[in-house]
Ligand binder design. Structure first.
Ligand code: SF4
Length: 197
């Protein structure tokens, strides 16, 4: 098996575990994402590493869609993530079209922890969850010490440790996807040349 595909499989295992752990915290605390909401996928600042895009890049490669997706990404000019399917005119309603292969960053958000200036644990939670579950939010904030949230930086680090070179730099999510596809396609091309010798 090619090196990148081995990395991809490791990333996928870690991302599945992360998704389960971070999702369980949200369920335990009663802080649920609003059904059909995709506002975070529209955010212009979403960043990901090439490493965490590898499972999606290989999935597209195996489906024969890697090159066409790369072409489409070059001309994509809508705000937000390329893989977000808009279901409303303003784009706020929609869904992820690659949910099972979504990168790590998309599994860490919802309700998770981060450190404030003094190192204190704070809760990262979106405005819609705040509005929908004020009571659960209040209880979660009171319980931050006794039931600490999984930290965003720990999840990111867990993925990064698989390969510091590909996991060390963050790019706008669509650029990270392009780079991952280029690497996967290049490796496949190189392997096909090598097998002809
Ligand atoms: S990969 Fe899916 S969940 Fe992540 S930002 Fe894109 S559309 Fe949203």
């Amino acid at each position: 098996m090619q090196r990148l595909e081995q990395l991809s499989q490791q990333v996928e295992q870690v991302m599945a575990e992360i998704g389960e752990r971070y999702g369980q915290y949200q369920r335990d605390r009663g802080l649920f994402c609003r059904s059909g909401c995709g506002e975070c996928c529209l955010h212009p600042g979403i960043e990901a590493t090439v490493l965490e895009m590898l499972p999606l890049a290989f999935s597209l490669l195996h489906e024969g869609k890697a090159e066409s997706t790369l072409d489409a990404l070059q001309t994509h000019d809508l705000p937000g993530c390329f893989f977000y399917s808009r279901h409303s005119e303003d784009g706020k309603q929609g869904q992820c079209s690659v949910y099972m292969k979504r990168p790590g960053i998309c599994r860490l958000f919802g309700a998770a922890g981060y450190n404030g200036r003094e190192g204190e644990v704070l809760l990262s939670v979106c405005k819609n969850i705040k509005a929908d579950y004020p009571q659960a939010l209040q209880e979660t904030l009171i319980a931050l010490e006794s039931d600490p949230p999984p930290m965003i930086r720990n999840g990111k680090e867990q993925i990064r440790q698989i390969d510091y070179e590909l996991g060390g730099l963050n790019y706008p999510i669509n650029d990270a996807m392009k780079l991952a596809l280029e690497k996967v396609l290049f490796e496949q091309y190189y392997m096909s040349l090598a097998s002809e010798d």
